[in-house]
Design a protein around this ligand. Structure first.
Ligand SMILES: Cc1cc2nc3c(=O)[nH]c(=O)nc-3n(C[C@H](O)[C@H](O)[C@H](O)COP(=O)(O)OP(=O)(O)OC[C@H]3O[C@@H](n4cnc5c(N)ncnc54)[C@H](O)[C@@H]3O)c2cc1C
Length: 239
């Protein structure tokens, strides 16, 4: 099986993101109507960006909820997406194991296992055995004249968390900042940490006024809140 590579593609982000955050915030403090401020071209983009940076720095985060990013993600494990979808202030659509047959399924090999020849061999053998059992179950249930979807939905019970999957995820900027705080942390599981860092790279490029300083909690705090057991050493523990 060829190596599965994580792929993260930005499908879309809110248009006029800076102006949206700017007017949403201005509406809180101004007698003016946001509908008029939005089309007021006398306020330069640079000025709006400065304003947005200050909003982010002040922790006034609700204006950030008006701007969203949608990502297509592939080449990740079901173990990853199970963690991802725990983030509730987001929308997801994931490839179904009922409607999509997992014949010749791809799988993710954790790097530590990949680097250990004996462990990789054990892992790969198990994946091959699972593939065989899955296919056999489909055949057996097919013989009972059950329709494909029912066979798929029951045969998938033997599939591993390592199975490759694809998902579309939409989060607003506030949720993204929260997601990055938790999942860019070195304490987070390696695969979701990799995903979070790829998403952060995209967000920081597209919307630096919001994401230039985003990342794990410690980046903003200047210390590690995780405690001695989990601290990666990048920042000191809280005094
Ligand atoms: C390192 C690490 C280890 C973890 N280990 C485990 C584990 O062992 N077992 C496990 O079950 N989970 C584990 N998790 C998952 C974790 O508990 C959260 O479920 C997950 O990170 C989603 O976070 P969240 O609830 O803050 O975020 P979101 O769902 O993204 O919500 C964002 C924020 O909105 C607010 N919010 C959302 N929903 C509600 C609500 N219903 N009521 C009140 N406020 C709400 C909260 O302020 C929340 O922080 C782990 C996460 C990390 C990062």
């Amino acid at each position: 099986m060829p190596k599965v590579i994580m792929n993260v593609k930005l499908l879309e982000m809110s248009q006029n993101a800076i102006a949206l955050i700017y007017v949403a915030c201005r509406q809180c403090y101004s007698k003016e109507f946001a509908g008029d401020v939005f089309s007021d071209t006398s306020i330069s983009l640079e000025k709006q960006e400065e304003f947005v940076k200050n909003i982010v720095a002040s922790g006034h985060q609700s204006p950030l909820e008006h701007v969203k990013f949608t990502f297509a993600i592939e080449g990740v494990s079901r173990a990853l997406t199970h963690q991802l979808v725990r983030h509730r202030l987001a929308s997801y659509c994931q490839q179904s194991q009922r409607y999509v047959k997992e014949k010749d399924f791809d799988y993710i090999i954790p790097p530590v296992i990949e680097r250990n020849i004996a462990a990789k061999d054990e892992f790969s053998k198990l994946m091959a055995t699972i593939q065989q059992s899955y296919t056999k179950l489909l055949t057996l249930m097919g013989q009972d004249n059950l329709c494909g979807e029912i066979a798929n939905q029951d045969a998938r019970f033997v599939l591993p968390q390592a199975a490759e999957t694809k998902i579309v995820a939409t989060m607003n900027c506030r949720e993204l900042l929260h997601f990055f705080q938790h999942r860019c942390c070195a304490r987070a599981q390696w695969e979701i940490c990799q995903l979070a860092n790829k998403m952060l790279e995209i967000c920081a490029e597209k919307l630096p006024a919001v994401f230039a300083d985003a990342g794990a909690k410690c980046e903003a705090l200047g210390y590690c809140p995780e405690g001695e057991k989990f601290c990666c050493g990048k920042y000191p523990l809280k005094a």
